[in-house]
Design a protein around this ligand. Structure first.
Ligand code: UDX
Length: 459
């Protein structure tokens, strides 16, 4: 069985390399010749732990190749996975389906033998049925081309392990024959006991967006409570630990902080609302708008806190530690950290950024900041430090260690990874998101009634 993968972004390259690792012959396609040239040399154009090694290994073995030619893909492959992007449409919440549609039409026109097209991208419900019509109208006569939907649940930073050993496999199919093909593709995972859920197209599409909506809701839920603990003086981490011990709730994805970002959760909850509205079901998904608002408010909170701790942001020198949307990634798409850096700059701060992997991508989007290659360079002249992405090297920071590199004793912990009491006992002013603080009343900023600043040991 020969496998092709259309689109060589995160999802596509990971899937292609993992399929090669499972022993399949794989051909990846991208319309970008520069990307194809780079991948053909075994060079990964983004940061993903474990993937560069897998890519190099299978490019070298000849089991994994890349092309820009749909003709080649259509004549060669038996199973074609579509992993192109479905970004948010400019100025709207809805997903831009033009890449998925274009890939499907190009495939259908070029497939010369009986094949199965398997969608993996995150799409609005109803897409597979719509694509079926596109395939029927564009395929060559006498060739049978079936469709299936098999959503991908991989997390950045864990893409390889999530692909090779997923929590579950979901396939939306119309025939037992198509299910049998996918069972062959995933034979190793199935033998290892990974559950397979076989269902219709619509359910398969919805499982993916429902999972992401649930995760976003969980994060916004704890962040809504963090607004309350900030106001009344509680500790959001202890609250999350306590409710998380209830196995029905679970502790994961209850980390309060500056909120969720990245290429998936924000766009997926907006696309889901847009699709629900198209279906006349806007009320069903309206709560997601509130989740989005809570999430964005956390970014404002970090800026308000910075303003309060400095008196004024104008002409202040601010060090940002961590600019990616999460650790172990170089991705800054919809990154809360980069958004906060930009807001601080817009209010007159001079911003210096250090991130172990995200500087290059961040500097392309926000060239107005200074980007430095060490934490020491970022903090040395700072008036205030904001820790915004929980990379391992920041988790091990100590008050003494940081104090040796900077003159300031003011820090905001945007991810709740520092022990507030330890830092405060060492003479630091620690502004935290959702944690206990001592009562210094805030005098400015849109959320002043909720904002209080930790200064010195708390009671
Ligand atoms: C997500 C889903 O987890 C994955 O299943 C799906 O396939 C794609 O979208 P990803 O975007 O890689 O994966 O990141 P994830 O680990 O889910 O984190 C998303 C965002 O939520 C990050 O900005 C992270 O910092 C934030 N987050 C996560 C929190 O703020 N608190 C938490 O407790 C967990």
């Amino acid at each position: 069985m020969r496998i092709t993968v259309i689109g060589t972004g995160y999802l596509g390259v990971t899937h292609a390399a993992c399929m090669a690792e499972l022993g399949f012959e794989v051909l990846g396609l991208d319309i970008d010749p520069v990307r194809v040239a780079s991948l053909s040399e075994g060079l990964l154009p983004f940061h993903e732990p474990g993937l560069p090694e897998l890519l190099r290994k299978h490019v070298k073995s000849g089991r994994l190749r890349f092309t820009t030619s749909y003709q080649e893909v259509g004549a060669w492959g038996d199973v074609h996975f579509i992993g192109v992007g479905t970004p948010q449409r400019a100025g709207e919440g809805a997903a831009d389906m033009s890449f998925v549609d274009a890939a499907t039409i190009s495939l259908a026109r070029n497939i010369t033998k009986d094949s199965l097209i398997v969608g993996k991208s995150t799409v609005p419900v109803g897409t597979t049925r719509r694509l079926k019509t596109l395939v029927r109208d564009n395929k060559r006569p006498g060739v049978s081309v079936n469709l299936a939907w098999n959503p991908e649940f991989l997390r950045e930073g864990f893409a390889v392990v999530d692909t090779l050993t997923p929590d579950r496999l979901v396939v939306g199919v119309e025939s037992p024959e198509d299910e049998a093909i996918l069972r062959k593709v995933y034979a190793k995972a199935l033998a290892d006991g990974v559950p397979l859920i076989t269902t219709d197209f619509e359910t398969a599409e919805l499982v993916k967006v429902a999972a992401n909506a649930f995760l976003a809701t969980k994060i916004s839920f704890i962040n809504a409570f963090s607004e309350v603990t900030e106001a009344v003086g509680g500790d959001i981490r202890t609250l999350a630990d306590a409710i998380g011990l209830d196995v029905r709730i679970g502790r994961r994805f209850l980390n309060a902080g500056i909120g969720f970002g990245g290429g998936c959760l924000p766009k997926d909850i907006r696309a889901l609302q847009a699709r629900a509205a198209e279906l006349g079901l806007d009320r069903s998904m309206r709560f997601l708008d509130e989740m989005d608002q809570i999430n964005l408010r956390r970014r404002e909170r970090a800026v308000d806190l910075a303003r309060v701790m400095l008196g004024s942001l104008s002409q202040s020198r601010i060090a940002i530690l961590g600019v990616t949307f999460k650790p172990n990634s170089d991705d800054v798409r919809d990154s809360p950290a980069l958004d906060i850096a930009n807001k601080l700059f817009d209010e007159g701060a001079e911003v210096t950024v250090y991130d172990p992997a995200g500087n290059v991508n961040a500097s392309r989007r926000s060239p107005q900041h200074h980007y430095v290659t060490s934490m020491g360079d970022a903090v040395k002249n700072a008036d205030l430090i904001l820790l915004l992405t929980e990379w391992d090297e920041f988790k091990t920071l100590t008050p003494e260690g940081l104090a040796a590199q900077t003159g300031t004793r003011k820090i905001i912990d945007g991810r709740n990874i520092l022990e507030a009491r330890v830092w405060e006992d060492s003479g630091w002013s620690l502004g935290s998101i959702g944690r206990r603080y001592s009562a210094t009343q805030v005098t400015e900023g849109p959320h002043r009634e909720q904002l209080q600043l930790s200064s010195g040991p708390s009671a």
